[in-house]
Design a protein around this ligand. Structure first.
Ligand code: 6R9
Length: 654
């Protein structure tokens, strides 16, 4: 967006403006002004209009124990009631809530009435096992109706769920179960992906056998693939048996607005993943506001968010937001490339999807696929039902944005490039589809009510046009409440002393356009990588590598990748001699498999290079900036005079 660059501005069409809730920039500015003039009043108005409270709140924001903020503290509600009962009571009982498309193409539709009954039955089953308000339940499941049912059932009885992505390994699952102190684990025998049946229960069994999981008293298993599973007497129950004789009604547990709805683990710059704890009232409020303002959800929409429930996007934009708004949404089990790379486009055509929300990495890989194989080009499909597109998870490069706009959106659909995080719970910076002029590559302007800015290391705001650190100036209802079991880490990570504990540190760099004030995210400022929209801590991968018996030392950095955004590059020093040729190839394979087992396949380094040592300063610090240049294959421009052992640079060139 600098002056040297030719930038194109895309205005939302007249039709998009006319139909939108936030219609035109004046309407957007009016909402922002409402929040500026009366911050608490703005959020309170929405909380009263959009949520049904059992006990209405009288307090809005409590800052007395900052940064442990409370919202709507004396109000009580139930999230599942707000997502299901409320819609059934309002005449939407027969409306389709979920359209589930299986990996093999089979379609199952679930109405709001149906979903309420399924959730109530399973909630009763969990209660029957002794699961109660405040208990933690880990869910390790594929994309499925039961996955959504399990989340909603936990919410119904006030149990705090923690989803572990189905691609994570036994070790990763064990760590999360142990940290959360979960009493129950909900899983399935396996999952179908790309025509293959993959095991889940066996991995869960392995996790439970690793030690540290004695807290788990019950394991519930959904039958999906029919794969071989071992059921442990007295601990394991089949899902279908657990719900078989349960009542279709279940009195919700009315919880305080601050009651933890879920804990979701995400990667940080240091140590083990942190459990991001979210609230009930404030979280659901902004899930709904994002649906209503960013996606402008309407009664006749067919909404599809392609995320997995294992990530925050699957929480806010599959399990909670769309249901709380009474929407019809797609839940997809499979992968975008099976049976071929036209799957997404065919599904949009078949289900007449009107709002489509996906990640840049998916778009980039489908561009590549369409270039290589004209038969899966989106032009072959009828995508005329679409009216709005969304992007999330990482910066979208202008070329991918333009392809998405033209080939998927028919140059007619606005694209909302939504910047947010696991910790923020809901959209933070995003265009409003019927208002904001769009600039490819920029997430544009703050969500109405959200106050973000760019500062330097001292917390001082920098002028537009100058890069810096992205911060949020005021607490917002859907924000992270704490790091599960580690309030100090919460404070240090998100409200650091450098900013006097007053500013929320997002962990991203940003720059505002000198003329428009539009935000562009410039990437993480910490040691977090973003691979295919998934957050990975470099430290986590390094710990996994050094846990291998042959590895003495490892340093992991990111390198730009055309498809996955970033790719993982590992620099490794072995305990034995530095391997070369075929031997090196074999060790690379071995270490990739190892990391896959330790964390999950998404963490496997794409490139592993061996050195007799790593480049270090005389004080022994690994020079990561230099490793990043090596990873990219760039000439070393950095001053290497402080380097203790310059000769090893040649070994690490790759
Ligand atoms: C929702 C989600 C958060 C990190 C975030 C940033 C990156 C997400 C983005 C974006 C540029 C966007 N990110 N959306 N960067 N533009 N529209 O992805 O949560 O998995 O916690 O990742 O992803 O770096 O800090 P999470």
């Amino acid at each position: 967006m600098s002056n040297e660059q030719q930038i194109r501005i895309y205005n939302p069409s007249e039709e998009a403006v006319k139909r939108a809730r936030v219609s035109g920039m004046d309407a957007y500015r009016a909402l922002c002004k409402e929040a500026e003039d009366d911050y608490e009043g703005y959020w309170a108005r929405h909380a009263r209009e959009l949520l049904e409270w059992k006990t209405p709140f009288t307090q809005v924001l409590d800052e007395s124990n900052a940064p442990f903020f409370k919202w709507f503290g004396d109000g009580k509600l139930n999230v599942s009631y707000n997502c299901l009962d409320r819609n059934v009571n309002n005449g939407l009982g027969d409306k389709v809530a979920l359209i589930f498309e299986a990996d093999n193409g089979d379609v199952t539709k679930v109405t709001y009435k149906d979903l309420l009954s399924r959730v109530s039955k399973f909630a009763n089953a969990l209660r029957g096992m002794g699961v109660k308000k405040g208990d933690r339940v880990v869910i390790y499941m594929p994309m499925s109706i039961e996955g959504v049912v399990a989340m909603q059932a936990c919410a119904r009885i006030g149990a705090t769920h923690s989803i572990v992505f189905g691609g994570f390994s036994a070790h990763a699952l064990r760590d999360r179960i142990e940290d959360a102190g979960a009493v129950a684990l909900i899983t399935s025998d396996g999952q179908f992906r790309g025509g293959k049946a993959l095991p889940l229960k066996p991995i869960a069994d392995e996790a439970l056998g690793l030690g540290g999981c004695d807290c788990i008293k019950n394991v519930v298993v959904v039958k999906r693939t029919g794969g071989d599973v071992k059921m442990v007497e007295g601990r394991d129950t089949w899902f279908h048996e657990a719900v078989a004789n349960q009542s279709e009604t279940c009195e919700p547990e009315w919880v305080e607005s601050e009651h933890p709805l879920f804990v979701l683990y995400t990667s940080g710059s240091t140590g083990k993943p942190k459990g991001v704890q979210h609230s009930s009232g404030g979280y659901l409020l902004q899930a709904m506001m994002s649906m209503r303002y960013t996606f402008d959800i309407q009664p006749d929409d067919v909404y599809w968010c392609t995320a997995d429930i294992g990530w925050v996007t699957g929480h806010t934009f599959i399990a909670y937001g769309p249901l709380a708004c009474g929407a019809t949404e797609i839940v997809f089990e499979g992968v975008p490339t099976f049976p071929d790379a036209g799957r997404f486009w065919k599904m949009i055509q078949d289900h007449k999807v009107s709002i489509f929300y996906t990640a840049p990495t998916a778009i980039r890989s489908l561009i590549k696929a369409a270039d290589n194989n004209p038969s899966v080009h989106p032009g072959k499909y009828d995508l005329s039902s679409l009216r709005l597109l969304g992007s999330v998870g990482e910066p979208i490069n202008p070329a991918a944005w333009e392809w998405y706009y033209e080939h998927i959106g028919g140059s007619r659909c606005p694209i909302v490039d939504t910047f947010w995080q696991t910790e923020t719970g809901a959209h933070m910076i995003t265009p409003m589809p019927g208002a904001t002029p769009m600039v490819p590559g920029s997430c544009t302007l703050p969500f109405p009510g959200i106050q973000v800015t760019v500062v330097d290391e001292t917390g001082t705001e920098v002028p537009w046009g100058q890069g810096g650190i992205l911060v949020v100036k005021r607490p917002w209802p859907a924000m992270i409440r704490t790091v599960w079991g580690d309030p100090d880490r919460f404070k240090k990570t998100y409200y650091p002393d450098d900013f006097k504990g007053k500013l929320y540190l997002a962990g991203d760099g940003a720059i505002r356009d000198a003329e428009t004030g539009y935000f562009t995210i410039t990437g993480r400022i910490d040691d977090v990588l973003n691979v295919s929209g998934h957050r990975m801590g470099t430290m986590e991968i390094e710990s996994a590598l050094v846990a291998h018996e042959q590895v003495a030392e490892a340093a992991v950095v990111g390198r730009p990748d055309d498809v996955t955004g970033e790719a993982i590059v590992a620099f490794v020093v072995l305990k034995g001699p530095r391997p070369t040729g075929d031997e090196a190839k074999a060790v690379v394979k071995e270490l990739q498999t190892w990391v896959g087992q330790e964390i999950g396949p998404i963490a496997k380094p794409k490139d592993i290079r061996f050195g007799e040592n790593l480049p270090k300063t005389r004080s022994g610090k690994i020079m990561r900036r230099l490793l990043r240049q090596l990873a990219k294959g760039e000439e070393i421009t950095q001053d290497t005079s402080t380097l203790e052992n310059p000769a090893i640079l040649d070994q690490l060139k790759g």
